[in-house]
Design a protein around this ligand. Structure first.
Ligand SMILES: [Zn+2]
Length: 199
């Protein structure tokens, strides 16, 4: 890397800080940028700066948004009676990619992790409780992860919502689509059996 001029070295150093990009990949990307037109380079630089300047959290669901409310919260064709609770914006995007959910979301901003000092006050739980009631939510789907923290968070929220006039459900966990039973871990198989449904 020391053989490159300083400006290229700086670009390689910057790119190699990206997750999953080692020095070799960073070098290849830098050369690619160098070979592309100035227009392409400016568009890339602009989109990087723009994402930092424009993106904020949606005032309603706390997902990523260009405006005060995100596209999902502004979409009146979505079912406002269904509220899906997830840990992070990326979880919401994953669910959206599945095209399986047409309700609204609430992003907690993490999961309960007492060992790491993350308690209920560090998550957007108060904001969640405030959304139940005035907005006509009939069902809250707890789609936090299936880690110990994710399960604890789901259990805590279920407890908080117990005296509210709202149905509380938990996403199922078990055998992945196309999965071969003999390669699946015991815990997942147990979850799949516990969560079985009648045909
Ligand atoms: Zn939103």
């Amino acid at each position: 890397m020391q053989h490159y001029p300083k400006s290229i070295r700086e670009l390689i150093r910057g790119l190699s800080k990206l997750p999953g990009v080692g020095e070799k990949t960073a070098e290849r990307l830098a050369i690619h940028i160098l070979r592309n037109s100035l227009n392409d380079a400016e568009a890339l630089a602009h989109s990087i700066v723009s994402v930092k300047q424009k993106i904020r959290l949606c005032a309603k669901c706390y997902g990523l948004s260009d405006d005060e409310l995100c596209d999902i919260c502004r979409d009146h064709s979505r079912d406002e009676t269904l509220l899906c609770v997830v840990e992070q914006p990326a979880d919401m995007i994953a669910l959206e990619k599945s095209c399986a959910f047409k309700g609204l979301y609430h992003i907690l901003g993490g999961s309960l992790a007492p060992m790491e000092g993350v308690g209920p006050g560090d998550l957007r739980l108060r904001e969640l409780l405030e959304r139940i009631g005035p907005q006509g939510v009939k069902e809250v789907i707890l789609a936090t992860g299936t880690s110990v923290e994710g399960e604890a968070t789901a259990a805590y929220i279920a407890q908080q919502l117990a005296d509210r006039n709202v149905r509380v459900s938990r996403i199922a966990s078990g055998v992945p689509v196309g999965g071969d039973l003999k390669y699946i871990d015991q815990m997942t198989l147990k979850c799949a059996l516990d969560g079985r449904h009648a045909l």
